[in-house]
Design a protein around this ligand. Sequence first.
Ligand code: UD1
Length: 416
Amino acid sequence: MEKLIIKGGNKLHGTVNISGFKNSAVAIIPATVLAGDTCVIDNLPQISDVKILADLLSSLGADVKNSEPNMLKINTSKMRECYADYEMAKELRASYYLLGAALGRFKKAKVAYPGGCSIGNRPIDQHIKGFEALGADVNIEHGIISVEAEKLTGAEIYLDVVSVGATINIMLAAVMAEGTTIIENAAKEPHIVDIANYLNCMGADVRGAGTDVIKIRGVNKLGGCSHTVIPDQIEAGTYMIAAAAAGGDVLIDNIIPKHLEAVIAKLKETGVQVIEGGESLRIISSGDLKSVSIKTLVYPGFPTDLQQPMSSLLTTAKGTGIVTETIFDRRFKHIDELKRMGANIKVEGRVAVIHGVEKLTGAEVVASDLRAGASLVVAALMAEGETEIENIQFIDRGYAQLEQKLLNLGADIRRE
Ligand code: UD1
């Protein structure tokens, strides 16, 4: 088992280039099934989730070529069906996008109930409600979700909870349905727009992505196209928080600053200087910060994926910060590890009260999920002495070249 060893205390300086958005990539790769043709996907992050999905598609009969590091050329013309068993699907939650994509093209699919990070109860009732509204039968037996339809017909679907995954899965299933589908109370996250743009580039007719009403006029056929994945706003936010917490002067480059408004606002409240450029943000921080409170919300609110890294920043900020997690019910598993590093935090249900302490001290800690891992990296960069982070396979799921990027910024980090 590999681990990351970080000696804290170095201020961060320099430029970090942000990779393509993991959450977009893990939907766009399964969506290539809809094309039945060749799609070229560029600006993919070099993370294990992308590799797992590429292997999964390949084992399902797609021709997947990885001739350049950030690019996949995927031809799905020879695929005739989609059956992803537990061994294939358990590795990541996004395997469930194969359900929507294969339902859209083959009118049927079987995929094992998805795995993914353990951050709380993660039902898929809204995905199922959407598939059923389009005319599909959905069955879950022996851990396998089967969807099948004689034909798919456009429908009006109101999501009872704003769900990123359900919005995307319904878009995938609806692009080749007969007639018009309207998704109401849709998620508005930047990757919903990226995926809609990708579908439109394949010949679909999706309008309104980025608002809470998405209208999809079904088309008969989709084809191949080339698409460049948008920058990863969560990776960008993690480096912004790391630079703010450790102190220093860091340019976060190759991003869309508009996607990070909530994080910019909160970091400014802590006393960090944030200077916006066209495709970059410069973070200047003394490391000596004021506490703030955050509440996670759907986009454009403060993202739940950055709640954990932000909690680490707050451990040494002056005063008391209240962190309220409204999206997932068990996303505080990093807190016990932060306490082992000297943090003073009380958790009551979905609220963590963080009293700033003078310093954190390095310890042996364990990442329980992807963003918990990121929060431990931030804490380790701030801490006095050495921190050993175990279970870093979670971090590798979502952060491309993490050590190299942090080394370039002057951090003392190594993998063993
Ligand atoms: C996506 C992101 C993840 C992020 C999350 C919230 C990807 C690959 N992952 O996850 O990084 O943390 O959005 O921004 O894009 N829910 C239901 N029923 C459903 C579906 C969801 O009740 O059918 C609930 C969930 O339990 C959760 C909330 O809705 O409480 C939001 O979940 P959702 O937006 O679906 O998250 P994911 O798509 O899994």
